[in-house]
Unconditional design. Structure first.
Length: 113
């Protein structure tokens, strides 16, 4: 259950520390190793941890992982609503602050509808 594709700065504070977390595969911990890899550690109270946990470390740096928030260019330029370009237009990466602000504003707009 170890991934060797670089360090994971958000996992644990020091090498060997286990950060508890959960997923739809159950509760588990993530241990940052001294070499920068990470290991998924089954929760000690889980009598039957999912074998899928072995895939967790490899997902941290996988090519298909979405690394930053993004929005459709048309939505950023023209706002919400149907468009014939949906699905064809590119996504634009955003900073976290901007993404959170846009999300909060959109949730508020939808609540008002």
């Amino acid at each position: 259950m170890t991934a060797g594709t670089g360090s994971a700065p958000s996992v644990g504070r020091r090498a060997g520390a286990v950060t508890p977390t959960t997923s739809h595969w159950g509760a588990f911990g993530v241990r940052r190793n001294a070499d920068g890899t990470v290991t998924a550690v089954p929760h000690p109270a889980d009598p039957s941890p999912s074998p899928l946990l072995r895939g967790v470390p490899g997902s941290l740096r996988h090519a298909t992982r979405i690394r930053r928030p993004a929005a459709r260019r048309g939505w950023l330029e023209h706002g919400p609503g149907p468009t014939s370009r949906r699905g064809d237009e590119p996504f634009v990466e955003l900073g976290w602050d901007e993404a959170l602000d846009l999300t909060a504003a959109e949730l508020a707009r939808v609540r008002e509808c």
